[in-house]
Design a protein around this ligand. Structure first.
Ligand code: BT5
Length: 267
């Protein structure tokens, strides 16, 4: 591997014994780190195993969407978790991942990073990171979660495909400097572990409170595209399943488990 700003041996040494990252699989190119991690988890890899790649040929978003994953600049990683949670609490894992990423990114761009339900980390309102959690369940039990995280670090504006040029950004674009991925990777796994420990200690309320404090859409009128349905209302919170709670016309409270959100301009 050339031009890599991380060293596999150094990373392995620094991550040895950690809850997340004690076992690392590196790839210079892979189809999708989530697919690889899912196969590893299905074959019995333990909690905290991570897959990390310099580029992906089939990086995945939700609903068969693609995640643009060129080489040499960004972080594409998937973490295997085996929480003792009921399957309906799986979305809490994506929620905590958003917080963990946003906290680290906020160190570089203080006050400019926030969260958009359900799973985006935004920098100056543009998408910096996407999160894709995939689960395997048995009867009423979560077997494992593969938590996939893609973060734009050193990619420049011209490297984004046309369709996301106006909606995506990277740390380098906003700070004007290149940032070494090595330290970022280590602090990302550490921070994920910190929030994950809170969650499995049954403290979703701490996770939820932090999430709400970083989500400017709360208290605003929003529009959600959920399946083929467009729903609008005032976002007032998230529930224990990570669903968005909306106050719709007639002050009716509804919960939405999945969708794409847009903040509406105040009339
Ligand atoms: C997501 O989906 O945001 C989840 C993305 C997860 C990617 C990671 S990378 C490591 C792991 N392995 C994988 O294969 N996946 C995970 P969604 O909310 O559906 O957003 C997808 C949309 O974001 C696309 O349709 C584009 O509009 C936009 N997009 C694609 N690539 C992007 C990028 N690099 N930066 C910002 N926006 C992007």
């Amino acid at each position: 591997m050339c031009n890599m700003d991380w060293n596999e041996e150094t990373l392995k040494n620094k991550l040895a014994g950690k809850l997340i990252g004690h076992q690392v699989y590196f790839f210079s190119e892979i189809d999708s780190t989530n697919d690889e991690a899912f196969n590893l988890a299905a074959a019995g890899s333990p909690e905290g195993t991570v897959v990390i790649a310099d580029s992906q040929t089939k990086g995945k978003g939700r609903l068969q969407r693609a995640w643009h994953s060129p080489a040499g600049s960004n972080i594409y990683t998937s973490v295997i978790l085996r929480p003792n949670l009921k399957p309906d609490r799986a979305p809490q894992i994506s929620i905590l991942a958003g917080i963990a990423v946003a906290e680290i990114m906020n160190n570089f761009c203080p006050g400019m990073v926030n969260l958009k339900w359900p799973n985006d980390v935004l920098l100056k309102g543009k998408k910096l990171c996407g999160i894709l959690a995939q689960v395997k369940t048995s009867v009423n039990k979560l077997d494992f979660v593969v938590l996939g995280i893609g973060i734009n670090i050193n990619i420049n504006y011209n490297q984004f495909p046309q369709d996301i040029k106006n909606t995506a950004t990277s740390l380098a674009i906003e700070t004007g400097r290149n940032i070494s991925r090595q330290e970022l990777i280590i602090s990302l796994y550490e921070n994920l572990a910190k929030w994950y420990k809170k969650l499995i200690a049954d403290d979703f309320s701490a996770v939820k409170e932090k999430w709400l404090s970083m989500a400017p859409m709360i208290g605003k009128r929003v529009q959600i595209m959920s399946g083929n349905e467009m729903i609008s209302g005032k976002a007032i919170g998230i529930d224990e399943q990570g669903s968005l709670v909306l106050l719709t016309a007639g002050d009716k409270k509804i919960k939405i488990s999945a969708g794409d959100a847009t903040i509406l301009k105040e009339k």
